[in-house]
Design a protein. Structure first.
Length: 426
């Protein structure tokens, strides 16, 4: 041991959480875990100096343009400040009784002193290190660097994205959405875990009830569009594109534009619900100038088994209503309240809020000329008269709200974190 360096003596099973990054999800994860009180200590790495003093960082943590002040969010409008005992030299503060340490030395995950601080579970919330396949020793850093630095589990607060050609998904990596596929999490095998995305999480809770009720064979196709709040990657004012940029819309102002963009929700959904890989699925995204509160419009084509349509608005709503009543953890909510986006901001828990008032269905007969199907033998066609058949298909449109920051995603990520940590700190 190097002379003069003091190493903290950490009790073996003391649950300590590490958070890398203090952007939207990192900050709100800190809020969630401060309120939850599962972890006895939280270590936050920002990897650089911010402001002029630790007080500036504390004020950033305390105040939020979307959710208000931390103390009022947790305890109501009469609450007083809960951040105290700031120590500039040590980078420590007490937030509602929970010791929080701010690390400002390294941005490379492999150089963050997780081991020295007793951290076994890390939330990677920078949005930069999303590949589970990148080796830990690359110069720019990687998610696996957290493991080299002493963590046992890394939870990435974004979908996995493997950018390197030739690399495949490692066996110790998995994508988990609580209540959908968390039963597949293997504590002995999985060490790099993706919490998917806010959109994938909501979408999973919109599509899973339909899959469970109808089965994948009855779902002919599906598509979704997310009307999504702005994110930190967008520009406040128009900006000149970077060299080689192909999507010029990303450089336009989010403050006064509706911006068409892309989403990886369809691909990620296949990792969470493998049955979706057998169904034709399209996912699109539109960004709008609100700070949070998003909406998925899901369109599903369902095969009817008789000429009299049995799939209607009441049936679809009853499916969701029944699932919401049985889901004891509150991950899905059904409502007929005719909400607008601000109504669901900060709503604790549900990944999806089904807006039953706007569910719509239409049934139509699709004519198929069997003679145009090359896989049907010609001798079979001779015996068919006529060769045209009609198949009833019902198209259902379902709306699902989600608070893409705190209410939905961060709370779901918090449950995933505690589940994983409970197995680490046994």
């Amino acid at each position: 041991m190097t002379e003069g360096i003091k190493v903290k003596m950490i009790p073996e099973n003391k649950p300590i959480l590490g958070i890398n990054g203090l952007g939207r999800i990192g900050k709100l994860t800190l809020w969630h875990q401060i309120g939850r009180k599962y972890f006895s200590e939280i270590i936050v790495n920002i990897g650089r100096n911010a402001g002029t003093t630790l007080e500036d960082i504390a004020l950033y943590i305390e105040k939020d343009s979307t959710y208000g002040a931390l103390h009022r969010y947790l305890y109501g409008y009469r609450a007083k400040r809960i951040i105290e005992n700031l120590d500039e030299d040590k980078g420590t503060m007490l937030i509602d009784g929970i010791p929080v340490t701010i690390l400002r030395e390294s941005r490379n995950p492999g150089h963050i002193p997780w081991r020295e601080n007793g951290v076994k579970v890390v939330i990677e919330a920078t949005g930069k290190f999303t590949s589970p396949a990148t080796p830990p020793d690359v110069k720019e850093g990687s998610a696996r660097g957290h493991l080299e630095a002493g963590a046992e589990k890394v939870i990435v607060s974004a979908p996995f994205k493997i950018k390197e050609k030739g690399l495949s998904m490692p066996e110790d990596a998995t994508t988990i959405v609580m209540g959908i596929n968390d039963d597949r999490y293997d504590h002995t095998k999985h060490h790099v875990i993706s919490g998917a995305s806010c959109t994938t999480t909501c979408l999973a809770y919109m599509i899973k009830p339909l899959l469970d009720y109808f089965g994948p064979k009855k779902i002919l196709s599906a598509s979704m569009a997310t009307v999504h709040a702005a994110t930190g990657t967008q520009e406040v004012l128009d900006r000149l594109p970077k060299t080689g940029a192909t999507d010029l819309r990303k450089n336009r102002s989010i403050m006064n534009n509706i911006i068409l963009t892309t989403t990886g929700a369809a691909k990620t959904l296949g990792l969470v619900i493998p049955e979706m890989n057998k169904i034709g699925f399209i996912a699109e995204s539109v960004r709008i100038p609100v700070t949070t509160g998003s909406l998925i419009i899901l369109v599903v084509a369902l095969y009817e088994e008789s000429e009299h349509p049995s799939i209607n608005r009441n049936l679809i709503n009853n499916i969701y209503r029944d699932v919401a009543e049985k889901e004891k953890r509150g991950y899905i909510k059904y409502t007929d309240e005719q909400n607008v986006s601000s109504d669901i901001i900060g709503l604790y828990g549900p990944a999806a809020i089904i807006e039953g008032h706007e569910t719509h269905t239409r049934t139509a007969n699709i004519s198929l000329d069997l003679s145009r199907f090359h896989k049907i033998p010609s001798d079979v066609l001779v015996d068919l008269n006529p060769t045209t058949i009609e198949i009833p298909v019902t198209q259902a449109v379902i709306y699902g709200w989600y608070d893409n920051e705190m209410g939905s995603y961060t709370n779901m990520l918090g449950d995933l974190t505690v589940k994983i940590a409970s197995m680490v700190y046994q």
